[in-house]
Design a protein around this ligand. Structure first.
Ligand SMILES: [Zn+2]
Length: 865
C-alpha cells in the first residue's frame, strides 16, 4: 500500500471499536503505509523520540500504535475505555504471535491463580508451568511527566522488530500490557501548552490548568475510591482482565536530585501488603537498577523519598501484584536543562552528591535532556521485562501464593459487618460499591445471625476476610496506626510521602463492625449492591418531610429547586405524630403536582419522603437555588477540581470565576456565594503567578482590587466560603476575629499529615445540619482557630485526643480549638472551613459542611406554615 488510503474503517471494526467508542481522532488520520515491518517512531513522527523541543500528541501516539498493530503480529492495540474528556483510552498487548493466538487461555490462567479456591496443588502447578508472566507498564499518569508516553512508542517498536535472543525470550515467556498514557487528556493539555510556550520567554512555565480535568496531579491518588474515568478504564480494561503480577508505573520528579529513583520503597509499607509483594518490589526494582548501572548509567537512587503506605496510589498492593515505579529527574517538558553537581540537593533517605549502597554511582552534572530520561526509562523497562521473563515461573508461583494465603485467611477479624440501619444509607451503599469495584466479594445475610455474641439483622452485609482481595477490604475498613517515624531519635517527624489515613467507614460516616471470631450465617453473594429504593410515604399530606442526614438529599434538593418546588429547612426541632425531627429537616408543603415530582425524585436519588397531615408551625429557612461562584485560580488547585467534580456529581449549578471576574467587581448582583477552594495560599490568591513567569493573561491573582471587591460582596450580604489554606486569606484580608493557633508551630510539636480526626459539631447551625454531633474530619496540615467576638464555632476539636485514624503529634494543641466557623461580616458572612471537607472526593462524611454553606447563602428565615 502506498502512502495514505489504508482502510482504517475495517480495522476499526475488528479491533478498536470493541468498546463501542467514537474515535474521531483516529478516524481523521490516514495510515501512511502497511508493511510487514512497521516504521520506527522517527520515520512516523519526523523526529526521534525524546528529541529536544519535540513532543508527540495523543493523536500521533494513538495513530502510531494503530500502525504498529497493523504492521506487527506481536502487537495488538485496543481501546479499552474513554477518558474524562472523551478521548480513546488505549491498552497495547505485546507478546509473541503464538501467545497472541491464546490470550484468552493466558487470561484464564492468571484469573484462576488469583482466586485459587478449589484449585488442587497439582492443577496449580500445571497452570504455573503453562502460564505466561504478565506485566503492565503504565505511562505518564502525571501529564507534565512527559517522557514515558513518548518512550512507549519506541519500547513497543523495539519489541515489535528486535529478533535478538533476549527479546524473543521476553515475548515467549511474558505478556506486556502497555498503557501509553494513563491520562491522554492531560497529555494533550501539556503538549498544547508546551507548543504555545516553547521558544518564548515562558518556556517551561507551569500549565495554568489542571492536567486532569478534575483530579490534576491527584489522578494517581484515586486507586481506592475509583471516582475517575481513567482509573476505572485501566482497572476494568487491564487489571481485571489480566491480573498482572507486576505493574511498572513510569513517573518523573524534580530536576535537582537523583536522575532516577527505583524501589525498594522507604518504610513504612502498609501492614496489609503481603510480604511476597514487599520483597517483590525490591527484587524487581533492583533488577531494573542492576541493568541501568551495568549500562553505565549514573545518579540512580533506591530506598529513598517514596514510601508504600497509602492504597490511594497502590491498587496492586492489595491485588496480588508487585508495584514498582520509576521517577526520573525532569527537564523543562522537552527543553534541555544544565546542572552542576553543586546544584544537586539531598532528598529523604539519600544525598545525590554522596556515594552509598542506595546511590552507587554519582551523576557528575552536565546537560540533561528528554532523551536521557527516555534512555533511562527504556533500560528500566527492559530490566523489568528481562526479570519477569527469566523468572516467569517464580512470578506466577508467588502470585498464586499471595492468592492462596488470602483465601485461606484465618486471622482476626473473621469478617466486617455493615448493618442495614445506617444514618446515610446511600453513602453506605457507595462504600460497598467501592469495595466491589475493587473485586471484594460482598455477601448479605438472609436471616438474623449472631457474631461475637451480638445479634445482627437480616439484610446485614458481610465481608469475609478469607477471599482473594480480603487485604483490600481489610485496609479500607480498619483504622490506620501510622508508625511514629522520626528523622533521627527525638528529632522532627519523618514526613510521609502522602496522607496516612484512609478508613472508609470513618471518612464516609458508615457504621461498620469488626466480627473477630468465626460465625455462621445464611449468606448470599451480592452481584451488585444497589441503594435502597427511595419512596414517598402514602396517605393524605399537608407536607412532605426529607431527612437532612444523607448526602443524596442534596441531589434531591437541587432537583426540587430546578422544578421550582417550595422547600424549607426547619430551624428548630419538631415533633409530628409523636415522632421527633432534627433541625434541618426539609419540609415540602403539599401543592398540586408535588407528590408526583417527589415520586420521580425518590426513584432517581434513593431518598425517601415522609408525609404528615399535621399542621407545622416552626421557624424555618426558605430555600432558593443559590447562585454559586467557584474561584478557579491559574495556580491550578486540585482541590478546586475535586470540588467541581462533586458539585457536578450532586447536580449543583455553579459558575467558575477567574481572577478577572473578581477584579472587575459587581459580584453581589451575580452571586450569593463565592467559594474559594483549598490548596491556595493567601499569596497565590492575591498575587497568582508572578508577572514575567507565564503569559500575561495568566499572571497576577485577584489583586488588591479583587480583595476589595470580595469585601464589598460580603458587606452587601454575600457569603464567602474559604476552605483549607484559603481560610488564611479570609482571616487576614477580612480581619476576622479568628486566629490560627498552629501558625508557626514546628512539626516536632504538632504534626498531622492527613489523618481522620474527631470534631464536635453544632448541629443547630445550618452549616452542620444533618451531621452527627460527633463526626470525623480530614486534617492535612490545617489551621485550628481560636475565635472571639461574633464568630460562631460550628465544629470544635474535643478535649480528648481527636485521632480516629492515621497519625497525630501534639493532640493537646487542638483541644477545644475551632475547625469550622461562621463569622458575620456586614450584611453577609464568611464561613471558614479549616479542614478538607471533600478531600479527593473521598471524605464524604463532611460533604454537608460544604453543601449546607452553599444553600445557607440564599436562605431566608421565616416561619413554615
Ligand atoms: Zn508522577
Amino acid at each position: 500500500m502506498t502512502t495514505g488510503g489504508v482502510d482504517l474503517g475495517g480495522f476499526m471494526k475488528t479491533r478498536l471499536s470493541v468498546a463501542g467508542l467514537t474515535l474521531v481522532a483516529l478516524l481523521s488520520v490516514e495510515l501512511a503505509s502497511q508493511t510487514a515491518r512497521p516504521r520506527a517512531p522517527q520515520d512516523f513522527l519526523g523526529f526521534r523520540v525524546g528529541d529536544d523541543y519535540k513532543l508527540a500528541d495523543w493523536q500521533q501516539i494513538t495513530t502510531y500504535f494503530t500502525e504498529l498493530d497493523k504492521g506487527s503480529d506481536r502487537i495488538r492495540a485496543e481501546v479499552v475505555g474513554q477518558t474524562t474528556l472523551k478521548r480513546p483510552f488505549l491498552a497495547v498487548t505485546i507478546t509473541s504471535p503464538e501467545n497472541h493466538a491464546r490470550l484468552d487461555r493466558y487470561q484464564g490462567i492468571t484469573r484462576r491463580l488469583a482466586d485459587p479456591r478449589g484449585l488442587a496443588p497439582n492443577d496449580a502447578d500445571a497452570l504455573i508451568a503453562e502460564g505466561k508472566s504478565v506485566i503492565a507498564i503504565t505511562c505518564s499518569v502525571h501529564a507534565t511527566e512527559v517522557a514515558a508516553a513518548q518512550m512507549s512508542m519506541e519500547l513497543a517498536h523495539n519489541l515489535a522488530t528486535d529478533n535478538s535472543e533476549e527479546v524473543r525470550t521476553i515475548l515467549n515467556n511474558t505478556i506486556l500490557v502497555l498503557v501509553p498514557s494513563l491520562n491522554p487528556d492531560g497529555l494533550d493539555i501539556v503538549v498544547d501548552w508546551y507548543k504555545k510556550t516553547v521558544n518564548t520567554p515562558f518556556d517551561g512555565a507551569p500549565v495554568p490548568e489542571l492536567y486532569h480535568h478534575y483530579a490534576g496531579h491527584d489522578n494517581n491518588r484515586d486507586w481506592y475510591m475509583f471516582t475517575q474515568a481513567e482509573t476505572r478504564a485501566v482497572i476494568d480494561g487491564v487489571y481485571k482482565r489480566w491480573h498482572p503480577q507486576v505493574l511498572y508505573d513510569v513517573h518523573q520528579m524534580g530536576s535537582n536530585g537523583a536522575r532516577l529513583f527505583l524501589p525498594p520503597f522507604m518504610d513504612p509499607y502498609e501492614p496489609n501488603i503481603d510480604p511476597i509483594l514487599i520483597q517483590g518490589a525490591a527484587f524487581l526494582g533492583q533488577a531494573m537498577m542492576n541493568r541501568l548501572i551495568g549500562e553505565g548509567k549514573t545518579g540512580i537512587a533506591t530506598n529513598a523519598i517514596y514510601d508504600a503506605w497509602t492504597p490511594a496510589r497502590a491498587y496492586q498492593h492489595y491485588h496480588g501484584a508487585v508495584r514498582v515505579l520509576s521517577e526520573a529527574a525532569s527537564v523543562r517538558y522537552a527543553s534541555p536543562i544544565r546542572l552542576n553537581v553543586t546544584d544537586l540537593r539531598p532528598g529523604l533517605g539519600y544525598d545525590p552528591r554522596t556515594l552509598s549502597w542506595k546511590f552507587p554511582a554519582v551523576w557528575r552534572g552536565g546537560d540533561w535532556r528528554l532523551r536521557d530520561i527516555v534512555d533511562y526509562e527504556l533500560t528500566a523497562a527492559m530490566g523489568a521485562l528481562e526479570n519477569v521473563a527469566l523468572y516467569r515461573e517464580r512470578w506466577l508461583r508467588n502470585f498464586y501464593r499471595v492468592g492462596r494465603k488470602a483465601v485461606e485467611w484465618k486471622g482476626i477479624p473473621f469478617a466486617f459487618l455493615v448493618p442495614p440501619d445506617q444514618r446515610d444509607p446511600v453513602t453506605a451503599t457507595e462504600m460497598l460499591e467501592v469495595l466491589q469495584f475493587g473485586e471484594v466479594e460482598v455477601h448479605q445475610a438472609q436471616a438474623p445471625f449472631t457474631a461475637d455474641g451480638v445479634e445482627y439483622a437480616k439484610g446485614t452485609y458481610v465481608i469475609p476476610m478469607a477471599q482473594p482481595y480480603g487485604s483490600f477490604a481489610k485496609t479500607m475498613l480498619e483504622k490506620q496506626a501510622y508508625p511514629d517515624l522520626r528523622e533521627y531519635p527525638g528529632g522532627p517527624p519523618q514526613r510521609p510521602y502522602d496522607v496516612v489515613a484512609h478508613t472508609l467507614p470513618i471518612q464516609m460516616g458508615v457504621k461498620v463492625v469488626e466480627a473477630r471470631q468465626p460465625f455462621e450465617a445464611t449468606l448470599t453473594k451480592s452481584a451488585t449492591v444497589t441503594p435502597p429504593p427511595g419512596m414517598v410515604e402514602a396517605g393524605p399530606a399537608r407536607a412532605y418531610l426529607l431527612s437532612h442526614d444523607t448526602n443524596a438529599s442534596f441531589k434531591a434538593l437541587n432537583r426540587l429547586m430546578k422544578e421550582r418546588v417550595e422547600v424549607f429547612w426547619a430551624q428548630k426541632p419538631l415533633t409530628l405524630a409523636g415522632k421527633a425531627y432534627d433541625p434541618g429537616t426539609m419540609i415540602i408543603p403539599a401543592a398540586p403536582g408535588v407528590g408526583t415530582k417527589l415520586q420521580a425524585i425518590a426513584k432517581d436519588t434513593s431518598v425517601s419522603f415522609g408525609a404528615t397531615n399535621e399542621r407545622i408551625n416552626v421557624p424555618g429557612y426558605r430555600m432558593s437555588a443559590p447562585r454559586i461562584a467557584m474561584y478557579k485560580s491559574y495556580v491550578a488547585s486540585m482541590d478546586e477540581g475535586w470540588t467541581r467534580f462533586i458539585l457536578e456529581k450532586y447536580d449543583f449549578a455553579f459558575t467558575s470565576i477567574v481572577d478577572t471576574d473578581i477584579r472587575s467587581g459587581s459580584l453581589r448582583s451575580r452571586f450569593d456565594v463565592i467559594l474559594i477552594p483549598g490548596e491556595l495560599s493567601e499569596r497565590q490568591i492575591i498575587q497568582g503567578h508572578p508577572p514575567g513567569t507565564i503569559p500575561a493573561e495568566f499572571a497576577g491573582g485577584i489583586g488588591e482590587n479583587g480583595v476589595q471587591n470580595l469585601r464589598e460582596f460580603v458587606n452587601a450580604g454575600g457569603t464567602l466560603v474559604a476552605v483549607d489554606e484559603a481560610t488564611e486569606f479570609a482571616v487576614h484580608q477580612f480581619a476576622l476575629p479568628a486566629r490560627n493557633t498552629l501558625e508557626g508551630v514546628p512539626p516536632q510539636q504538632f504534626f498531622v499529615p492527613g489523618s481522620l480526626l474527631k470534631v464536635v459539631v453544632d448541629t443547630d447551625n445550618p452549616i452542620a445540619y444533618g451531621m452527627s454531633r460527633e463526626t470525623a474530619a480530614f486534617f492535612l496540615e490545617n489551621p485550628a482557630f481560636e475565635v472571639t467576638g461574633n464568630a460562631k464555632s460550628v465544629a470544635t476539636y474535643p478535649l480528648t485526643n481527636p485521632l480516629m485514624s492515621g497519625w497525630i503529634l501534639g493532640p493537646e494543641r487542638l483541644q477545644g480549638k475551632t475547625a469550622v466557623a461562621e463569622v458575620p461580616v456586614g450584611q453577609g458572612r464568611v464561613i471558614l472551613i479549616g479542614i478538607r471537607p471533600q478531600f479527593r472526593a473521598q471524605v464524604r462524611v463532611t460533604y454537608k459542611l460544604l453543601f449546607n454553606s452553599l444553600y445557607y447563602s440564599a436562605a431566608t428565615l421565616g416561619t413554615i406554615e
